[in-house]
Ligand binder design. Structure first.
Ligand code: ATP
Ligand code: MG
Length: 572
């Protein structure tokens, strides 16, 4: 992992200003040629059937980012054509997530369902021109007749119904005279096209379901493919950006517009490669399974690759936007190292987080020559990367905690932390020396006895140097907090690759992805609010969980520090 990070950092440094991506190149060309009068209008079109994930974040940053860069507009549009899987909860979470990422659609929040009347009219237009027909066959027969790309499909026996009969049946479908799936409306295009999407696709289906916006007004719903391109058209979208799997749908979208629209203006679709991340699954269907089957606690569980999960984990919008920018826009599918995302998160948190001391695996030290009732308020910097953040007061006393693994009974030479007879600096305080220690009946070290050198107080100008510096928390002043330590949710770089038949991505779940411990934290932490972020020095970045209360603080570990030990000891 460390090497990986180094590689990422080197690559980033050598590549600071990036060249135009292929969509930017197209846009700049279009602006030059005054296409659409130089207007740039994009949209982010989620289906409200799940929470947004980091892949969507990529698409959001791309669409809104292009609009920002080229002085254009970007709409937020819900492609809500499937009432059975869509819910208000998802709409609300999507709105919150896009806002949180820092983007603004102004007054352009749209729903494909707003266009249902127009789309219905368009279906009627196709029928009236002999370009659509009602098919009475069940869906499995229709699929079978489509056959394969290399064999021409079989025409439906209903394909040549009269316009009048089609009109009448479609009207009856709309009026609710038939049960679900009883008939469909199909576009009459080309049953032998090598593009399967052109083989008389279904454009309307019967579904007696309540829609989250239109209620029970409709019992027929347009298919996604019969809605998406037309919605772009209605909104005046100039560049319809979507992921590669829709490339093959493009001729169909164009066919619809060519057969429905008189004007010259057309939205033009461009496809880019979807973002894939190592150690991560991204499909909403799979994420829903993780939630419903209890592998995680909720959509916003900090282990989820959802935007709300990342927010809860402590990621910042800036770090996600930086990540999206660094990933770039590819034309071919690839897998991005999740380390690049973590790198972007660290990079931003390093700049903005206050430092505090927290001990996660406490080992008590008694400083035997320190006065029993004395407490010193030491002044430490809040953030060495940003001195404008000022200083903080940290109490120091005779009994303190350090991390268990900062002491070894029989340390090797290169171990610059504590061992019998060895010295370290307590950060911001004094140099101490380990004189003795106590073990319990199982041989575990339970207490250290140290002496301190009063001449070595930090900031006093003392010249004495030691190699190691440790963080610490005063026992009498420590605040207990629940600390949730997260690890990757999957043990495999590509969770979808399984070893045995019958397994699926869930076989690759890391059963140790959450460890809950009680940490000891410096008292300055009292009064924190949900989503406040800190660097626990030498340990990593942590974020206050919404479960946290004044009585019981709860922290999530956002991400560990890279090589934290080297950093702290170098500083002193
Ligand atoms: P999933 O397949 O992950 O469940 P989806 O494609 O069904 O997602 P939509 O709500 O249809 O989700 O997606 C909204 C927009 O986000 C679309 O334009 C889609 O192309 C884009 N998008 C979805 N997943 C990714 C991804 N992994 N990388 C980039 N863009 C994505
Ligand atoms: Mg989709």
């Amino acid at each position: 992992m460390k090497n990986n990070e180094k590689k990422i950092e080197e690559e980033l440094n050598s590549n600071e200003s990036r060249s135009l991506n292929f969509i930017e190149t197209i846009i700049e060309e279009d602006i030059k040629n005054n296409k659409h009068g130089g207007r740039i209008h994009t949209r982010f079109p989620p289906e409200p059937n799940g929470y947004l994930h980091i892949g969507h974040a990529k698409s959001i940053c791309l669409n809104f980012g292009l609009a920002e860069k080229y002085n254009g507009k970007c709409n937020l549009r819900f492609d809500d054509t499937n009432p059975t899987k869509e819910e208000e909860e998802y709409v609300n979470s999507i709105i919150e997530d896009v806002k949180w990422l820092g983007f603004d659609w102004e007054d352009r929040l749209f729903y494909a369902s707003d266009y249902f009347d127009q789309i219905y009219e368009w279906a009627v237009k196709l029928i009236s021109e002999g370009k659509a027909y009602v098919d009475d066959q069940p869906s499995d027969v229709i699929s079978e007749q489509r056959r394969t790309p290399t064999r021409p499909g079989i025409e439906s026996p209903f394909r040549n119904r009269s316009i009048e009969e089609n009109m009448d049946l479609f009207e009856k479908m709309k009026k609710g005279e038939f049960p679900d799936g009883y008939r469909v409306l199909r576009a009459k295009i080309d049953m032998s096209s090598p593009n399967m999407h052109m083989r008389d696709p279904v454009i309307y289906r019967i579904l007696h379901a309540t829609h989250h916006r239109t209620g029970d007004k409709w019992c027929i719903y347009p298919m996604y493919d019969f809605t998406h391109g037309q919605s772009d058209y209605l909104e005046g979208i100039t560049h319809s950006i979507c992921t590669l799997e829709f490339e093959i749908h493009r001729p169909l979208y164009d066919w619809f517009l060519d057969n429905l629209i008189e004007t010259e203006y057309r939205p033009r679709q461009y496809e880019f490669a979807r973002l894939n991340l190592s150690y991560t699954v991204m499909s909403k269907r799979k994420l829903l399974e993780l939630v419903e089957e209890g592998y995680v606690n909720s959509w916003d569980d900090p282990r989820m690759p959802t935007i709300s999960g990342m927010r809860r984990r402590g990621y910042t919008p800036e770090s996600i936007r930086n990540f999206a920018d660094r990933v770039g826009v590819a034309k071919r599918d690839n897998v991005i190292d999740v380390g690049l995302l973590e790198f972007s998160v660290r990079e931003h948190l390093n700049k903005i987080t206050p430092r505090i001391f927290a001990v996660l695996n406490p080992l008590k030290i008694i400083i035997t020559n320190y006065p029993e009732d004395q407490v010193e308020e030491l002044e430490l910097e809040v953030n060495p990367e940003d001195t404008s953040m000022g200083t903080r007061k940290v109490p120091f006393s005779r009994e303190i905690y350090i991390e268990q693994d900062d002491f070894m009974q029989d340390p090797p030479k290169k171990f610059f932390r504590l061992g019998p007879g060895r010295e370290v600096r307590l950060k911001g305080a004094y140099i101490i020396k380990c004189e003795d220690y106590k073990k319990d009946e199982n041989g575990n070290v339970v207490e250290l006895y140290c002496t301190y050198d009063p001449e070595t107080k930090s900031g006093s100008g003392s010249q004495r140097k030691v190699k190691g510096t440790l963080h610490w928390v005063s026992v009498a002043h420590a605040i207990d907090a629940e600390v949730r330590l997260y690890d990757r949710l999957f043990i495999k770089e590509e969770p979808d690759v399984v070893d045995k038949e019958g397994e699926n991505f869930k076989s690759n779940i890391n059963t140790d992805s959450l460890k809950i411990i009680t940490g000891k934290i410096e008292p300055g932490v009292l009064g924190v609010k949900a989503f406040d972020k800190f660097q626990f020095q030498r340990l990593g970045y942590f974020c206050v969980d919404p479960d946290s209360t004044n009585e019981k603080l709860v922290f999530n570990r956002t991400v560990t520090l890279r090589d934290s030990w080297a950093k702290v000891s170098k500083k002193k």
